[in-house]
Design a protein around this ligand. Sequence first.
Ligand code: SAM
Length: 248
Amino acid sequence: NGFLYVVATPIGNLDDISQRAIDTLKQADWIAAEDTRHTGRLLQHLAISAKTIALHDHNEKQRAASIIQKCQAGENVALVSDAGTPLISDPGYSLVRQCREAGVRVIPIPGPCALITALCAAGLPTDKFHFIGFLLPKSQQRQNQLADVPAAVGTIICYDTARRIKDTLQDVALVFGAERELVLAKELTKTFEHLEYGTAEQITTWLEADPQRCQGEMVLMIAPTPKADSEISDAAQATLKLLLAELP
Ligand code: SAM
């Protein structure tokens, strides 16, 4: 049997592709791509001339059957998306699920992913985080989406578009309060990479200072619920425990 390789590709800087990803794309019989023209440019850059198949949200269920047939006939298929890790706010879930059910081995080739890239540079807690994917387009839906996130999930990570980011920041302030610490990570790995820290209002002021700041790709991160003042700190709790142990 052939395999399905899930191959991460760069989110901006083409040098971020791994050697293993290059080797996998080179030896694949087929490359299943979200947008074959877009992936064609990456393949050209890597001097790879593989056969490509389009696999996007609208044809994924049907295409999966023919990809599985190829694997069962001994061919290797590499799945890529336009940028980053396939399946992460991108097509591929249905294909991977069907491969699993059909007994086709799925091999992940890890690499860039915007949410992880953003989180590791944000200076927000990383021990627990919650990725909610793309924020919904309408303000009310978006507020409900944000309000539905339970308080204890840690840092909240969202994908959003340049067109909506200012409205989103207003919704975030409504749902989490105007003081909540946010980080907006823009154009990661690209020339104009920038991380802006602050409240919704501070980040909005920064965006409004230059129309170019409202363009490009962005990840919004929301700091976890701050500990209430009345809550006892970890250090105080440890001291209290020691003192209690001493009590007769
Ligand atoms: N599969 C991709 C991944 O692994 O992150 C995500 C694909 S999703 C269709 C595209 C969204 O990811 C963008 O709207 C943006 O929110 C985020 N994104 C992708 N590349 C980015 C970058 N270079 N800088 C900031 N955000 C990025």
